[in-house]
Design a protein around this ligand. Structure first.
Ligand code: SF4
Ligand code: MG
Length: 317
């Protein structure tokens, strides 16, 4: 269930942080940050209603640069942290942010398993084909045979397609944006956050310092919007089995389009899958009224309310 949008009127400026930003000039990360600020203002969230989780890498600094709750987690582990926060406090708007190296190598297991739970949160992947923070080694989205200026030899490994992985893992909203198109990316983030289940947004994010292959000029000649072609990603009626299968198939085909033409936009939105928090509430009536974050953990003197004697008694053999 999506969190309600409040009546307060905020602007993108309310989400700007006073922290010094040390991303390189011209980095696509700046466009993603602007888009996040715009989107959160458009969603009428207030900063204390938003929690942003970062992994490790250039993208992992985003929580510092955004005025909201911000949590810098471990390499590849941002999704479990984000899921825990959403389960504990379902009122929070939870956004997980990580790079392609973070999410598709060490974090790939968490990525796939996040798709199995239709939990209401958004995962944004900063996809630049390199490990920018550690001087530009090839990341899992760099294609076999490609060689950026930061690599001594060409890439021997096959790439991972994050859109295909998300679609087949079960993410119920899957989209792709472009870091330099702030207007469209802001709107995509709004749509992803409004989606009531688990959303994945792949963002093509040029790294001008280390990746001289996938540049502004290169993308500019290739990107196009699915929605400009009357592409319909929406699955809203579980009974429409044949039509729904075709929508999934078209998303799988478009997700593999790369080279001459690169699609942006919403590939699939499936509103027919059970929502994870509703499943939990069915199993534990009252969960949504008293989720873990609302429960006291200590008395007035700061002593824990956890009954350790009972716990140890249960463990006794
Ligand atoms: Fe951006 Fe690349 Fe610089 Fe990292 S190294 S801040 S990804 S331009
Ligand atoms: Mg990267």
């Amino acid at each position: 269930m999506a969190t309600e949008e409040s009546d307060s009127v905020l602007t993108a400026r309310d989400f700007q942080s006073p922290q010094i930003n040390d991303w390189c000039a011209g980095c696509g990360d700046h466009g993603i940050l602007r888009s996040l600020e715009n989107a959160l203002a458009a969603l009428r969230r207030s900063p204390d209603e938003v929690a942003v989780f970062g992994g490790i890498g250039c993208s992992g600094k985003t929580p510092y640069y955004l005025n909201s709750y911000g949590i810098h987690t471990l390499h590849g582990r941002l999704l479990p942290f984000a899921a825990g926060a959403k389960l504990s406090n379902p009122d929070l708007t939870v956004i997980a942010i990580g790079g392609d190296g973070d999410g598709l190598s060490i974090g790939a297991g968490h990525f796939v398993n996040a798709g199995r739970r239709n939990l209401d949160m958004t995962y944004i992947l900063y996809n630049n084909g390199v490990y920018g923070l550690t001087k530009g080694q090839g990341s899992p989205t760099l294609r076999q045979g490609e060689q950026t200026k930061s690599m001594a030899t060409s890439n021997l490994q096959a790439h991972v397609n994050p859109l295909l992985l998300a679609l087949t893992a079960g993410f119920t909203w899957v989209g792709r944006g472009y870091a330099y198109d702030v207007k469209s990316l802001s709107q995509l983030i709004v749509e992803a956050v409004r989606h009531p289940g688990i959303a994945f947004l792949d963002v093509l994010q040029p790294c001008p310092v280390y990746n001289d292959l996938h540049t502004r000029g290169w993308y500019g000649e290739r990107i196009y919007s699915l929605q400009d072609e009357d592409y319909d990603p929406l699955i809203a009626d579980a009974g429409e089995e044949e039509g729904n299968r075709k929508k999934l198939e078209q998303s799988l085909v478009r997700a593999q389009e790369w080279g001459e033409r690169i699609p942006l936009g919403i590939f699939l939105q499936d509103l027919t899958k059970p929502l994870f928090l509703e499943q939990i509430a069915d199993r534990q009536p009252g969960y949504m009224n008293t989720p873990p974050a609302s429960r006291a953990i200590a008395d007035d003197a700061g002593r824990t309310l956890a009954d350790m004697r009972r716990l140890f008694a249960e463990l006794e053999v």
